[in-house]
Ligand binder design. Structure first.
Ligand SMILES: *[C@@H]1O[C@H](CO)[C@@H](O)[C@H](O)[C@H]1NC(C)=O
Ligand SMILES: *[C@@H]1O[C@H](CO)[C@@H](O)[C@H](O)[C@H]1NC(C)=O
Length: 238
């Protein structure tokens, strides 16, 4: 009897092992799948765009390490080592990125699963109407979905701006951000969901930029906070 009992325990342990091993490795695969993230934008994102460094650090500190930030541009110095490849092209307008067909090659060379886009500041500054900017966003979105049909997209309601010589820019950003929300809802699908990220609320140009446009240290910390929870949620959805 004792022998039989021991055999039974051994048999159960063996079958538990056999059953447990594959499910453990599935769980491991699911939690460790690397999510490739492209930050797409202008100088606010890329020159140097240290909010991305703080964002990366927040993810790391929260144990969200299965990320690979991708882009054709290298990280710039932000005081510590971080994963900072990006697609933040200083001076670029969304409408030019679309009309010059620049995004497809950036996408095909870096293959993101997620695009986080903060674009439109230079368009606003150039007095391009909001409708033209969201039309450009539609072109960019369609290029993202051509690259990957299940692309997950986070689109920023952009930070406020108050540069010298453009007293109208502040309201134009407000108008663009309203248009972005409507645009995102109209383009949302379950296959390729769009998340609107409010980077505007709580961002003060006086204290968080040096020039009315580009985030300073406080602005970079604020932008990292604005992106963090929604980006973390998207990463966890993989
Ligand atoms: C906005 O788009 C319209 C329609 O395509 C075009 O006619 C107009 O020139 C554009 N405006 C600017 C400032 O680019
Ligand atoms: C897109 O749909 C998802 C749910 O399917 C929702 O959580 C999200 O808020 C929607 N995005 C927009 C911009 O409406």
């Amino acid at each position: 009897m004792r022998f039989a009992y021991t055999s039974l325990v051994a048999a159960l342990a063996w079958s538990a092992c056999v059953v447990a091993a594959p499910s453990a490795s599935v769980a491991e695969r699911q939690t460790s799948a690397t999510v490739r993230i492209m930050a797409l934008g202008d100088s606010i994102t890329g020159s140097p765009g240290c909010w991305r460094a703080y964002l990366w650090k927040k993810l790391q500190d929260a144990g969200i390490k299965n990320t690979d930030f991708v882009g054709t541009l290298a990280a710039q110095g932000c005081g510590f080592t971080y994963d900072g490849e990006n697609e933040g092209h200083g001076g670029y307008l969304a409408t030019n990125i679309a009309s010059q067909n620049l995004l497809p090659s950036w996408l095909s060379s870096t293959k993101p699963d997620v695009v986080m886009m903060h674009l439109g500041t230079n368009d606003v500054w150039s007095n391009i109407p909001a409708a033209n900017i969201t039309a450009a966003f539609s072109t960019l979105l369609s290029q993202m979905r051509t690259q990957k049909s299940t692309m997950k997209v986070l689109v920023a309601q952009i930070i406020p701006m108050n540069p010298s010589g453009c007293s109208a820019c502040g309201q134009r950003v407000v108008d663009l951000n309203a248009a972005i929300k409507t645009w995102a809802s109209s383009k949302n699908t379950t296959t390729s969901p769009i998340t609107v990220v409010d980077c505007w609320t709580g961002f003060e140009t006086a204290s968080m930029t040096g020039d009315g446009v580009h985030p300073n240290e406080a602005g970079n910390q604020k932008l990292a906070t604005s992106w963090y929870a929604l980006l973390a949620g998207v990463i966890k959805s993989f």
